[in-house]
Design a protein around this ligand. Structure first.
Ligand SMILES: Nc1nc2c(ncn2[C@@H]2O[C@H](COP(=O)(O)OP(=O)(O)OP(=O)(O)O)[C@@H](O)[C@H]2O)c(=O)[nH]1
Ligand SMILES: [Mg+2]
Length: 471
């Protein structure tokens, strides 16, 4: 354990030193992490960001673009040969074809390198030739960050916490009764272990469908090529004091530890530790629509996710990261095109409030943070309509289900975010004074001018915050 940590540290330091040397003498690299819980909008964000950096007509808020310093942007082979490449071309074709579709769900880490040729700014501009900055975009599921909490928890602690949390959720009834009637102190039988893991995984899927986000272990939902392997064949069990060797409890404990060692640690050590700038995408509107319980769960989950960016609180993580930390983090509420722009400040305030607990902590200092609401691919247009003698600000778009055009008013978000967060914290079942609806729009067929990327809301501001200073 200790040895492993020291070795991890050493390799990280050597790698960091290597990176620093090549950055000074050759071409700087910005590693941008893009994460969010499933369906938060990661794939759409990356695809549209890259398309808008290649065709920069809609990127006026990115200073290097408005100053005319970006000469070209082009895709290059990525630096990591073992990571899947982000399938930019397929996603872009889906989103901008003649019958535009949202991209397919993606369930693993991937990477893409976009290189920017820049004219130097300031005094040096006239003297030195163009330089190149590489933007390495790394897309990974936010669920993987939730696993961070496992690193500092034993199997027994995790089991207890999970069972306490889910005990009174109707969705967990089946699993809870199975867990209660299971005696961990009996000899391990593999079919029993599998049944428990399958039942628990089924619960996690149902919980996620219902809008819950406290779903650990993260890989149970996104197993990839680990599906069916022992590291994913465990489940929380009622804690046992003295389980003997060879019992179900002891084997589950062993698999849980293997999961931490062989799945969770390598992700933080090999990928997370190398990120410079991070955007955390959040489907806040989706949670508000789902109700107070989903909002409270999102707030709690965000706090856990953000724990990963405060390595000082977790000594295990500090050693895995070797002292390196992310220096800018953007929390972005996605899909803001569901709201007329007059409501965007409210959405941003909710986003700020959702992440405030985590952002206020002193040991978060050092990283610059911001909250924003954006739409990576704008699917609606704004309109003002008469409704019972009053002007109503709505958005209009093509409905995903029927393909028909529809105007949509999602409800008035409160300007004080506590009007939503307080009832959520108190465990309310429904919003008292308002209804928030949600419609799914299809991406609109594009009629872009040459030189324009796909339409968006504030993607250029997000880019300026995230890496504008490095261009
Ligand atoms: N209107 C609108 N909808 C969006 C936007 N971005 C994402 N969506 C919706 O959100 C869904 C999920 O977006 P993705 O980018 O696939 O989300 P993801 O985080 O990559 O999801 P997974 O790969 O499943 O984890 C899309 O299918 C759209 O329905 C946006 O800018 N505007
Ligand atoms: Mg995706």
């Amino acid at each position: 354990m200790v040895l492993g940590t020291i070795a991890d540290n050493l390799t990280r330091r050597v790698e960091n030193a290597g990176a620093a040397v090549s950055e000074t003498f050759f071409e700087p690299v910005v590693r941008l992490g893009v994460t969010g819980l499933s369906r938060a909008g990661k794939t759409v964000f990356i695809t549209s960001l890259v398309a808008n950096l290649i065709d920069r007509g809609r990127m006026a808020q990115l200073a290097a673009v408005s100053q005319g310093r970006v000469l070209a942007a082009f895709l290059q082979p990525q630096p990591d040969d073992t990571l899947p490449r982000f399938d930019y071309e397929t996603h872009l074709a889906a989103m901008t074809g003649s019958d535009p579709q949202w991209p397919e769900s993606t369930r693993a880490i991937s990477e893409l390198r976009l290189s920017l040729r820049l004219r130097s700014g300031g005094l040096l501009g006239g003297i030195s030739g163009p330089r190149t900055v590489h933007l390495d975009i790394v897309d990974y599921p936010g669920e993987w960050l939730l696993d961070l909490s496992l690193l500092s928890r034993s199997y027994s602690e995790w089991s207890q916490q999970m069972l306490d949390r889910i005990a009174d959720r109707p969705l967990a009834r089946d699993f809870m009764s199975l867990a209660r009637e299971t005696d961990g102190n009996t000899k391990l039988e593999e079919p029993q272990a599998q049944a428990l893991a399958q039942n628990y995984t089924a619960y996690l899927h149902a919980a996620r469908e219902a809008g819950f986000s406290d779903c650990t272990p993260g890989r149970f939902l996104l197993p990839g090529d680990l599906a069916g392997s022992p590291v994913l064949t465990f489940a929380p069990l009622l804690p046992q004091d003295k389980a003997a060797r060879g019992t179900l409890w002891r084997e589950m404990e062993r698999r849980y530890d293997a999961y931490k060692r062989q799945v969770v640690r390598p992700f933080f050590r090999d990928h997370f530790s190398r990120i410079d700038r991070q955007v955390v995408l959040v489907d806040a509107l989706g949670a508000i629509h789902a109700g107070p319980k989903a909002v409270e769960d999102l707030r709690r989950t965000m706090a856990e996710v953000l724990g990963a960016f405060r390595p000082g609180r977790n000594s295990m993580l500090t050693s895995l990261l070797g002292g390196k930390r992310v220096d800018k983090i953007l929390f972005a509420a996605t899909k803001a095109d569901h709201l007329h722009h007059t409501q965007h400040p409210q959405l941003t305030a909710i986003m700020e409030a959702l992440t405030r607990d985590a952002r206020d902590r002193a040991d978060f200092a050092g990283a610059e943070t911001a909250a924003m609401s954006l739409a990576a691919l704008r699917a609606t247009v704004e309109e003002t309509r008469e409704h019972s003698g009053k002007a109503l600000n709505v958005v209009r778009g093509r409905l995903l289900e029927t393909g028909k055009q529809a105007a949509f008013y999602p409800g008035e978000l409160p300007s004080d975010p506590n009007r939503l967060l307080a009832p959520a914290r108190e465990g309310a079942e429904q919003w008292l004074d308002a209804e928030y609806s949600f419609m799914k729009f299809a991406p609109a067929p594009l009629s872009t001018r040459p030189g324009d990327g796909p339409p968006h809301i504030r993607l250029d501001r997000a880019a300026q915050f995230l890496f504008g200073d490095r261009l």
